[in-house]
Ligand binder design. Structure first.
Ligand code: CP
Ligand code: NVA
Length: 303
């Protein structure tokens, strides 16, 4: 049996595959909006392992499988033997003999790599401490729908050099845009992500958020304390105060610049209400596109 294709980071797909996936996501969205029945995954099952909370990821994957005629099983460490110390490798062997595709949201990225190495079926990264590739599919679809190709555009990442930022770095290389990263000293992304994805020419680290946003086509942010960093919240609020996406920062970007946030958001922390609830924000389309882009991903991996 040949090794399955996994989606642990954006780099698991080629630039061509990713562009094709986005075109397909837009077609699937149109089909769904017409309520056209399309069930290519009848009889197929998605196992969903969640070791962290989720609203969008769980609902989009579960709904996507239902719309495709398949089924999804929600698995939390509280109710499975994974939570009682059954080795990741053993869980991967067992689950992948039963289900057709597995989605995992966990802490250490190495854990999903170990799982995938023992899985007979495709494994999808639904967020680790290091990457959030599914969110990038939705973000890139949203940009394409609103403004056309992102190729050659300038994107400002304002905030923490976190999992989302790392996936933006990979996207910069794969979708060929330039990424300005504005983060406080000590909260930069891991340089290995930049080198590992060959994105050196696509990324500039600029500590000043106003400068980073200047002339950009898209401004993106995310929470200051990610899941698992709750005890650092107070320290981070202090470090990130100057990094809130405000009207002043958005004014530095191009007049038709978009604003994105993967959500959940904290108004008054990483973003001002006037921005996330304002005319440049496309956060609801971004959230909806999780459904359509992940359906395109499931189709690519399984059909
Ligand atoms: N953006 C995102 O992944 O949201 P959830 O944590 O609600 O799944
Ligand atoms: N960086 C955030 C993203 C949530 C979707 C976190 O990891 O909590």
């Amino acid at each position: 049996m040949s090794a399955p294709t996994h989606f642990l980071t954006l780099m698991d797909l080629s630039s061509e595959q990713l562009h094709g996936l986005l075109r397909r996501a837009i077609e699937l969205k149109a089909k769904q909006h017409k309520r056209e029945l399309y069930q290519p995954l009848k009889g197929k099952v998605l196992g969903m392992i969640f070791e962290k909370s989720s609203t969008r990821t769980r609902v989009s994957f579960e709904t996507g499988m239902a719309q495709f005629g398949g089924h999804a099983i929600f698995l939390s460490p509280r109710d499975t033997q994974l939570g009682r110390g059954e080795p990741v490798e053993d869980s991967a062997h067992v689950l992948s003999r039963m289900v057709d595709v597995i989605m995992i949201r966990t802490y250490e990225h190495e854990k999903i790599e170990r799982f995938a190495a023992c899985s007979q079926v495709p494994v999808i990264n639904a967020l680790t401490d290091r990457f959030h590739p599914c969110q990038l599919l939705a973000d890139m679809q949203t940009y394409l729908e609103h403004r056309g190709s992102i190729r050659g555009r300038k994107v400002a990442w304002i905030g923490d050099g976190n999992n989302m930022c790392h996936s933006y770095i990979e996207a910069a290389r794969l979708f060929d845009f330039h990424l300005h990263i504005a983060c406080p000293e000590g909260y930069e992304p891991d340089p290995a992500t930049i080198l590992g994805s060959g994105a050196e020419k696509h990324v500039t680290i600029i500590h000043d958020p106003m400068e980073a946003a200047t002339n950009c086509d898209l401004v993106v942010t995310d929470v200051w304390a990610s899941m698992g960093q709750e005890e650092e919240q107070a320290r981070r609020v202090e470090a990130f105060t100057a990094y809130q996406v405000t009207e002043e920062i958005m004014k530095m970007a191009k007049p038709d610049a978009l604003f994105m946030h993967c959500l959940p958001a904290h108004r008054g922390e990483e973003v001002a209400s006037a921005i996330i609830d304002g005319p440049q924000s496309v956060v609801w389309d971004e959230a909806e596109n999780r459904l359509h882009s992940q359906k395109a991903l499931l189709e690519l991996l399984l059909v």
